[in-house]
Design a protein around this ligand. Structure first.
Ligand code: DHB
Ligand code: MG
Length: 231
């Protein structure tokens, strides 16, 4: 690939990164807990693939605008999107977040507690497939908002579970659906690209979802997220 790529192997661009920093400083105002949390994640050797502050705050606003009280997240990583979502649901709200790696969950727990929203967040460590299955079998009260941001090959599986765990009016957001523009490569042998294409096909053809995709450029490169209302 001719474009420069960052440590996570994605395209980056100084202009996008500079604008992201400017928007973050001028409009988003991530607090010390979030800034310190990024440092903690890097010190723990975690990849720089957490949501950018602009995107994290978008998730917070989505929860807030929709009055979401119950949020489900697939893929905690270091807990940044989790913190934003927990802030969006308010004091009475709850976030259940699934994380496969114990190390990630430990860093996330510290970050979430530092951010002052620890009591709103339940981190379920283990395979998200198992956790989602347990939630479905327990006939859990429907979630208002689901954010999926984990291993891409399981996207369709997570979306299918999300449909079983939501109600008409719930919102489902799927991260990383543009993937440096590689999503249009219909012949790609890359398992992530193929999985992302499958998930967009699933979203676009589901009778239970009304959806669009927003393309983004930021410190995280060229990507985008799908946003869907459950009908
Ligand atoms: C990757 C994963 C993500 O969820 C993301 O937002 C960016 C990059 C990755 O695996 O490279
Ligand atoms: Mg992501």
């Amino acid at each position: 690939m001719s474009s420069p790529s960052n440590s996570a192997g994605h395209i980056f661009n100084d202009g996008w990164t500079n604008v992201e920093q400017y928007l973050s400083d001028t409009v988003v105002h991530p607090d010390r807990a979030l800034v310190d949390g990024v440092r903690r994640a890097r010190e723990a050797g975690m990849p720089a693939i957490e949501v950018a502050p602009t995107a994290g705050k978008f998730l917070m606003l989505l929860a807030k605008i929709g009055g979401a009280r119950r949020v489900l997240e697939v893929g905690t990583l270091a807990g940044f999107s989790t913190i934003w979502l927990a802030r969006g649901v308010g004091e009475q709200g709850r976030v259940i977040t699934c994380e496969r790696e114990q190390l990630h969950a430990d860093v996330a727990r510290a970050n979430i507690d530092q951010a002052g929203v620890g009591s709103r967040v339940d981190i379920r460590v283990g395979s998200a497939t198992d956790t989602l299955k347990q939630l479905i079998e327990a006939d859990t009260e429907p979630f208002d908002l689901v954010f999926i941001d984990a291993d891409k090959p399981n996207n369709v599986h997570y979306l299918t579970a999300a449909l079983q765990l939501t109600r008409p009016g719930s919102v489902i957001v799927l991260d990383n659906v543009v993937w440096d523009g590689r999503v249009v490569d219909s012949d790609s042998a890359d398992h992530n690209v193929r999985a992302i294409r499958e998930s967009l096909k699933f979203i676009g053809s589901s009778a239970d979802l009304d959806a669009t995709v927003i393309q983004t450029v930021s410190s995280k490169g060229w990507d985008g997220f799908a946003i869907a209302a459950v009908t």
